[in-house]
Design a protein around this ligand. Structure first.
Ligand code: IPM
Ligand code: MN
Length: 361
């Protein structure tokens, strides 16, 4: 091992359920390309998740966030445990890392790979290739609100949708830059509900219109979130980059994932452009598939590719993408659905790392 090789420190959080299995395959492929392109990954595993919470009563230990700040990137499997009430692990681990590390962008590419079964009969890979930039640290996820007269007939619950000028502006700016860098249709669509949620909608639209002045070559467009859902199915080829708030982004990217063949392939990055980012498949921990070697690891492998791209290892990231395209287009992987891939989780990981080592540049 040459000590002069470039090296990245990666915090690995397998999490719950299928998290461990899929992250193992993700690491396998990421390591295959790291060898090929001459860099090293120093990984450190953290056992944050449901098991640890049930054992210790703690979601993240006090030192965790500061420790995570010391890494170049974070690679996450999935959190969510059937014996832990909903919200505890999600808020205590996933959202806490997103918020405290100020990963204000949730970047979710929507891309139909050749050969992948998907439900849109008249659409192909040439129609489904866009990116959702989801605001990732505020909106309805801010945790501001409360309950009043709980468990009575007069109970009140509020959950504030918080939109700050700073939060909106940095998100919109990132999306403009992304569209420019992507260099396809150069169209940014702001997705909102400005016809009803008028205060927030106005802030987003005004901010986007102002920031647009710095990006004269990117076309700015506005769409309501309900209509966007319709177009994602009917005319996905209209889209280039979509930018939206946390809640809408959460919802539309599950729909988007289905149009690209399912949660087995949809990846995302929680990005702090000047800090530590975290990459993960967008699916959950799928407890019923745990330990069965049936879950599709492609989303996690793809998230690993996004991680390498963000670290500056573009060639390695592209090779991961090529390996996935080969696996789908040549029908090596029969389906992206758990248990229907025609091979196991580990075997898909082996195949992708073989491809990623062999495909010519
Ligand atoms: C996602 C997930 C999370 C979210 C949950 C697990 C908190 O659905 O990453 O899309 O709502 O952001
Ligand atoms: Mn979600």
């Amino acid at each position: 091992m040459g000590g002069s090789k470039k090296s990245y420190k990666i915090a690995v959080i397998p999490g719950d359920g299928i998290g461990k299995e899929i992250i193992d395959e993700g690491l396998k492929v990421v390591e295959a390309v790291s060898e090929r392109y001459g860099f090293r990954l120093e990984t450190e595993e953290y056992d944050f998740g449901g098991e640890r919470y049930l054992r210790t009563g703690e979601t993240l230990p006090a030192s965790a966030i500061d420790e995570l700040r010391g890494f170049d990137s974070i690679y996450l499997g999935a959190v969510g445990h059937p014996e832990v009430a909903p919200g505890i692990l999600e808020k205590g681990i996933l959202l806490r890392i997103r918020f405290e590390l100020d990963q204000y962008i949730n970047l979710r590419p929507v891309k139909l790979y050749p050969g992948v079964w998907h439900p849109l009969r008249d659409k192909g890979p040439e129609h489904i290739d866009y990116v959702v930039v989801r605001e990732n640290t505020e909106g309805a996820y801010s945790g501001i609100g409360g309950t009043f007269k709980k468990s009575t007939a007069d109970e009140v619950a509020t959950q504030l949708d918080v939109n700050t000028r700073k939060g909106v502006e940095r998100c919109v700016r990132y999306a403009f830059e992304y569209s420019k860098k992507r260099n396809r249709k150069k169209t940014l669509t702001v997705v909102d509900k400005a016809n009803v949620l008028t205060y927030a909608g106005d802030l987003w639209r005004r901010t986007a219109s102002e920031v647009a002045g710095d990006f004269p070559d990117v076309k700015l467009d506005f769409a309501f979130v309900d209509a966007t859902c319709m177009w994602m199915v009917k005319n996905p080829e209209w889209f280039d980059v979509l930018v939206t708030n946390n809640m809408f982004g959460d919802i539309i990217t599950d729909l988007a994932a289905m149009t690209q063949g399912g949660l087995g392939i949809a990846a995302g990055g929680n990005i702090n452009p000047s800090g530590v980012s975290m990459f993960e498949p967008i699916h959950g921990s799928a407890p019923k598939y745990t330990g069965k070697n049936v879950a599709c690891p492609i989303a996690t492998v793809s998230a690993g590719g996004m991680m390498l791209e963000t670290l500056g290892e573009e060639k390695a990231a592209l090779m991961i993408e090529k390996a996935i395209v080969k696996a789908t287009s040549e029908k090596h992987v029969r389906s992206l659905e758990a248990g229907k891939m025609g091979m196991g989780t580990r075997e898909v990981g082996d195949l992708l790392s073989k491809f990623a080592s062999e495909i010519p540049d």
